[in-house]
Ligand binder design. Structure first.
Ligand code: PNS
Length: 161
């Protein structure tokens, strides 16, 4: 069985991420979407909130599981017995950062670990979680960016901010 991990911050999940999740789930037998619990960042949503939103948006995808991790991605994947990570590439500007992470993971895993890049579908190539948060903060239209349940959580956050 071929399994892969799709790691990320997902703060919050966008249609761009969902596009990558759907397409990866068609390529791999099992996909684990895993939220990084990053102590160096102050996210808008807690890990639990991000996991919950991901569970809701993937509930109709039987071979997709949602999890979270802290520490090194390669250690987490080794414990799961998985050696492939999925990352989405929106534009050439993502490439340098992603290449560096992929190469670091290759070195850290002594060559065991691979990163598979999927290019984000064109209609989502402008999308990012940061842009989505900014749009939400100023009350802009989020309909093409995130599912309604994510939009509602965003609006709730900024109402209480
Ligand atoms: O959605 P993001 O924030 O671009 O995801 C980045 C992520 C989670 C893939 C990356 O930061 C990561 O894997 N962090 C875990 C720590 C790690 O393994 N670092 C070594 C590679 S730089």
């Amino acid at each position: 069985m071929k399994a892969a991990v799709y790691p990320g911050s997902f703060d919050p999940v966008t249609y761009g991420h969902i596009d990558i999740i759907k397409r990866s789930a068609e390529i791999f037998d099992e996909l684990i979407v895993s939220v990084l619990d990053n102590k160096n960042k102050t996210p808008l949503f807690s890990v639990d909130e991000r996991v919950k939103m991901l569970c809701e948006v993937t509930k109709d995808m039987p071979n997709v599981k949602v999890d979270s991790f802290s520490g090194l991605l390669t250690d987490y994947c080794r414990d799961l017995g998985i050696h492939v990570a999925i990352r989405g590439l929106r534009a050439i500007t993502d490439f340098e950062y992603e290449l560096q992470i992929a190469q670091t993971n290759k070195i850290l895993s002594h060559g065991e670990f691979d990163t598979v890049f999927l290019t984000t579908s064109l209609q989502y190539s402008y999308l990012s979680s940061s842009a989505v948060k900014e749009i939400a903060m100023f009350g802009g239209d989020l309909s093409g960016s995130v599912p309604d349940l994510v939009r509602d959580r965003l609006l709730e956050k900024y109402r209480n901010h």
